[in-house]
Write a protein that binds this ligand. Structure first.
Ligand code: HAM
Length: 446
């Protein structure tokens, strides 16, 4: 093969591409319902947006960025995540002074991280997520967490997912906790992995994130983050638990959840899928509250934020593994089968009439085919109806419409074809509505 995709990147084709668009449209509707509006930000930013003065020790920033000098010798990076870019856009465009608070945004697009490719881990991948910016409120944090759950419900991922939740104490408490962790890990450090040795120096909290079995045993016995909460923080954690119980969200308090990025404080969470695919791909999304990032990026000090991002490829894997997953069928409604050149002419004009009327997908070949080949094509397209136009039909100024599910067919005058199509769609819609009514309503989604 002359050209293949680069290592760690992939083409999404056929059903995968179709499902990605379905996921985007379903989750966008959800975001709209919660009052979030879309934002589109650049893929490239100045490297300093991610490598800020307040050193970020995350792997994402220290090891994984795609960074290069442009022709003007400026250091540019491909976005490894959205949060910093979205906040930059809010501040650059002074959205916080022009719009009512909170500013609530959703986004979707590619991110780039130079990671070792493996299941569910790519160098170019896609995220969809939200950011909400306002003065701090635990209710806004909860709104964002619940919006992520609503998106998963919308995708029918309701039964296997759960949310891992933790609360990172504020500066004072965190300082004391970090000291306690350092004291605890110091005598063991020699036998711990290289990453942990580095994290001990740069951000000891992130030792809790270590996946090495031997280190995990030590981490289990490490000081508990909850022992360092203030009374107010303890109350917030209780409120979080109460709301999640009330909303019937499956959750687990995980005191070792610190997330891979350095900007979090307060509520942090990850969405995980509790089955074999979930084990394979890791968390499907995560996020949390950030208290000083807005200010660090040049915004006002009273504004904080909260958000999450889902990894689209991981969502897709879980979505397609659902026991009731159905690839989208019947995408083409009408497959036209002209059996001679004149038939092509008639079909072309009918196809254009139908297409201009609205969302009634149809297809036609521009070369004459046999009836058998035309019906095979219609079946491959999973069309609902074949519209046959042969010599006889041309003479009578009609088309023959064949219902490909029942096999019945009828003659329809060319002049009244559009009326026929409209009444057919109305009939189908009524039937779908009746079928839907008969079904028992399902939990949360309704
Ligand atoms: P993150 O946990 O680094 O958070 O990434 C969010 C999600 O992106 C992950 O849960 C995962 O599904 C997906 N992901 C990350 N890296 C890869 C990869 N190499 N290949 C495939 N999928 C991947 C953030 O990015 C934060 N900005 C989330 C956030 C928003 N926090 C606050 N607001």
């Amino acid at each position: 093969m002359k050209y293949a995709p680069l290592k760690g990147v992939h083409d999404l084709i056929n059903q995968d591409a179709d499902d990605i668009y379905r996921i985007i449209s379903l989750t966008s509707l959800c975001a709209n319902t919660y009052g979030y509006t879309p934002i589109i930000v650049p893929t490239i930013e100045s490297t300093s947006l991610y490598q800020r003065e307040q050193k970020d020790s995350s792997d994402m920033v220290t090891k994984e960025m795609y960074t290069f000098l442009d022709k003007g010798n400026r250091s540019i990076s491909l976005r490894p995540e959205f949060t910093a870019g979205v906040l930059r856009a809010v501040i650059s465009n002074k959205m916080h002074t022009q719009k009512e608070l909170p500013i609530k945004l959703y986004y979707q697009g590619s991110c780039f991280r130079y990671e070792r490719p493996q299941a569910g881990r790519y160098r170019e991948f896609s995220q969809l997520g939200v950011e909400a910016i306002d003065e701090p409120s635990i209710y806004l944090d909860l709104e964002v967490l619940l919006l992520g759950c609503a998106m998963l419900y919308r995708l029918d991922l309701d039964f296997p997912f759960k949310v891992k939740v933790n609360y990172l104490p504020s500066k004072e408490g965190r300082k004391k906790y970090v000291e306690a962790l350092k004291k605890y890990f110091k005598p063991h450090l020699e036998n711990m992995c290289l990453d942990c040795k580095n994290r001990y120096k740069t951000n000891p909290l992130r030792i809790l994130d270590c996946k090495v079995e031997e280190d995990k045993k030590l981490i289990k016995k490490a000081p508990k983050i909850s022992d360092f909460y203030t009374e107010e923080e303890r109350e917030k954690v209780e409120l979080i638990k109460d709301v999640l119980k009330e909303e019937e969200i499956k959750f687990e308090i995980d005191e070792t959840l610190v997330r891979g990025l350095d900007y979090y404080s307060g509520l942090v969470f990850e969405y995980v899928v509790d089955n074999k695919v979930g084990d394979e791909v890791g968390s499907i999304g995560g996020g949390g509250h950030y208290d000083s990032l807005v200010e660090e990026l040049g915004g006002p000090s009273n504004l904080e934020g909260v958000g999450f991002s889902f990894g689209m490829e991981r969502l897709l894997r879980c979505y397609q593994e659902l026991p009731n997953y159905m690839p989208r069928t019947g995408h083409i409604l009408f497959s036209f089968i002209p059996l001679n050149e004149e038939g092509i002419d008639v079909a072309f004009s009918l196809v254009n009439v139908v297409r201009s009327f609205g969302h009634m997908p149809c297809s036609m070949p521009y070369k004459v085919k046999s009836l058998k080949a035309g019906l095979r094509k219609a079946s491959n397209e999973k069309a609902s109806y074949a519209v046959i136009i042969g010599e006889d039909e041309i003479k009578k100024e009609i088309v023959t419409v064949k219902d490909l599910h029942t096999g019945t067919q009828e003659e329809v005058s060319v002049d009244h074809f559009l009326d026929y199509v409209v009444s057919l769609i109305q009939e189908r819609t009524m039937k779908m509505f009746d079928d839907g009514e008969k079904k028992k309503p399902k939990n949360k989604k309704n």
